[in-house]
Design a protein around this ligand. Structure first.
Ligand SMILES: NC(=O)c1ccc[n+]([C@@H]2O[C@H](COP(=O)([O-])OP(=O)(O)OC[C@H]3O[C@@H](n4cnc5c(N)ncnc54)[C@H](OP(=O)(O)O)[C@@H]3O)[C@@H](O)[C@H]2O)c1
Length: 235
């Protein structure tokens, strides 16, 4: 991808090749929003003139700067939505998790949304208003029913809740808004890997529809909040 091809980007979505992220990018594009999707693989099975893809390993220490570098100056006036959906889940008893797995979850699920937020600040500050949406999990929502195997994943997702509250307070009075969605079960590969054989949860398209609407309008009624978005189990 060359930088000329990403003019006027309105939304950045990480985790663009996966279940929720891919459906989200598709739906935003269908609504005429110009999207830069970021993940190692490109989304499969759909294409749009509004979509540009950046293939990158987001675990890399300079990944956030590379995402920012992919936006050209025309995106300064247009970027208004950032959806942090990339994540990895190693579902495993706590004693069996190794440092590499823990580092990967903490880096991708928590550290990356923080550094990417910082890297995109120059764009977000000049937007008329911007909404950053962090995709967390009920595994990181205080007081919800918890499941074994998700200890460090849950910690990484709970960290997003704390970051959202703090960054929103720090930026209060600006045109920058931040919220977190703590999702329950959604029928994706990640869910199947974590809960083999489990058939509940909402469809990817249904969840993507909710997130796409929330990203465009949620900040008009809430800021610095973590919202549980869950039906059935896990909740
Ligand atoms: N599904 C659920 O039930 C559920 C419940 C609660 C919360 N969530 C959250 O919802 C979000 C989306 O989940 P999902 O179920 O759609 O997951 P998924 O299908 O496993 O997709 C994960 C996405 O993250 C990207 N990713 C993973 N490692 C990456 C890396 N090193 N560099 C760049 N991109 C990377 C993947 O792309 P590549 O592999 O192509 O890089 C993929 O696009 C996640 O934040 C997840 O924690 C999901």
């Amino acid at each position: 991808m060359n930088s000329k091809s990403v003019s006027g980007i309105e939304a950045v979505v990480t985790g663009a090749s996966g279940g929720i992220g891919s459906a989200l990018c598709k739906q935003l594009c269908e609504q005429g929003i110009r999207v830069l999707g970021v993940s190692r693989r490109a989304p499969d099975g759909w294409s749009s003139a509004h979509y540009r893809h950046l293939s990158i390993d987001l675990r890399h220490p300079s990944a956030s700067e590379k995402v920012a570098a992919a936006l050209d100056s025309t995106s300064h006036a247009s970027l208004r939505i950032v959806i942090h959906a990339a994540a990895v889940l190693h579902s495993m008893p706590f004693e069996l998790l190794n440092e590499g797995m823990e580092d990967e979850m903490l880096r991708l699920n928590l550290r990356l949304p923080i550094t990417l937020t910082r890297a995109l600040l120059p764009w977000l500050k000049v937007a008329n208003e911007s909404h950053s949406v962090f995709i967390s999990s009920m595994a990181g929502f205080q007081g919800s029913l918890k499941y074994s195997g998700l200890s460090v994943y849950g910690a990484s997702k709970a960290g997003l809740v704390g970051f959202t509250e703090a960054i929103a307070a720090e930026m209060e009075g600006s045109n920058l808004y931040f919220n977190t969605l703590c999702l329950g079960a959604v029928q994706t590969e990640m869910l199947q890997r974590a809960f083999p054989g489990y058939s509940g949860g909402v469809s990817v398209d249904e969840m993507a529809r909710f997130i796409a609407g929330f990203a465009q309008n949620g900040h008009k009624v809430m800021n610095g909040k973590a919202l549980p978005v869950s039906i059935g189990n896990p909740r």
